[in-house]
Design a protein around this ligand. Structure first.
Ligand SMILES: [Zn+2]
Length: 297
């Protein structure tokens, strides 16, 4: 397995998140008031991008609608915020898009801004009330927190860790599975959420046994990518089979198959197997094992 750090599309970012700045409400207000401040409009997991899909459409604070503001950070003298409000009609030539449509199309700065803005928006939109007392909470720390004005409790944006692993053997084969809910022919690596009180390595081993009845060892970290649909962080691993017989659980995984490199290349080229979306960490895990770009069908 490669030891190089993978260049994962949604992990790219150049903006300094300003973690200390956002602790000071006056500094957040001053950042908003700056002449070079730019706003990412965001609602329901979507934002505005230009006609090419290669750049976000940012607006000035004067052109920003009213809505909850989340501080995203700064670079080269520009401060960035997200504002959560209905998107309405985009400017001429622009379009409304979510991360699935944007994919890996944006550059590093705009990818980082879009993923941060959408992840925050998804959490704030569904966490408006205190889980302790039910009172309406307020945005603090530039959107990195919501606080309850009644009982003083603090609440932080949720990130759900999920392990995703390419399982391979010593005979040029890897395991790919087809989930019940997927389109016909889609095969990908195995994945699952980390449970409370569980290490990442235990989660990898448990998920592989549960889903395809295989025992694994040599569990190695590959890389991570935010996946805010709405709040996952995908933690990629490789894992070598050490025992068991391949058998799908027929609950989450409808079908699981071994593929040699030649079999996978032929199945993808022939359209029999649809690999996962190219901007996913799943795709990168498969390419990493395959040893280069997958053929196209
Ligand atoms: Zn409360």
């Amino acid at each position: 397995m490669s030891e190089t750090s993978p260049d994962l599309p949604l992990s790219r970012s150049t903006v300094d998140r300003g973690g200390y700045l956002r602790q000071d409400p006056a500094a957040v207000d001053a950042a908003w008031a700056g002449a070079h401040t730019r706003v990412v409009r965001v609602d329901d997991g979507r934002t505005w991008v230009d006609a090419t899909g290669e750049a976000l459409v940012l607006v000035t604070t004067d052109d920003s609608p009213d809505g909850e503001r989340y501080y995203l950070g700064h670079d080269n003298g520009t401060q960035y915020f997200a504002v959560r409000a209905p998107l309405g009609d985009p400017p001429a030539g622009a379009q409304v898009a979510g991360l699935r449509e944007i994919g890996g199309g944006l550059g590093p700065r705009d990818t980082g801004l879009a993923v941060h803005a959408i992840a925050l928006e998804r959490w704030h939109a569904s966490h408006q009330h205190c889980p302790r007392c039910g009172a309406r909470t307020v945005v603090t720390h530039g959107g990195a927190e919501r606080d309850c004005p009644v009982d003083g409790s603090s609440h932080f944006p949720r990130v759900d860790p999920a392990v995703i692993m390419l399982v391979y053997d010593n005979h040029d084969r890897c395991v790919l599975g087809h989930q019940m809910a997927w389109p016909k022919g889609r095969f990908s690596v195995l994945a699952g959420f980390v449970e409370p009180g569980e290490s990442l390595e235990r989660a990898v081993a448990r998920e592989v046994v549960e889903e395809v009845n295989l025992e694994v060892g040599d569990i190695r970290y590959f890389g991570s990518q935010p996946w805010p649909f709405p709040s996952s962080l995908m933690l990629g691993f490789t894992a070598r089979v050490t025992g068991g017989e391949l058998k799908a659980d027929e609950q989450e995984i409808a079908e699981a198959r071994w593929f040699s490199r030649t079999e996978l290349a032929e199945a993808v080229a022939g359209g029999e197997v649809l690999p996962p979306t190219p901007f996913s960490i799943a795709y990168r895990l498969i390419e990493n094992w395959y040893g280069g770009p997958l053929p196209t069908s």
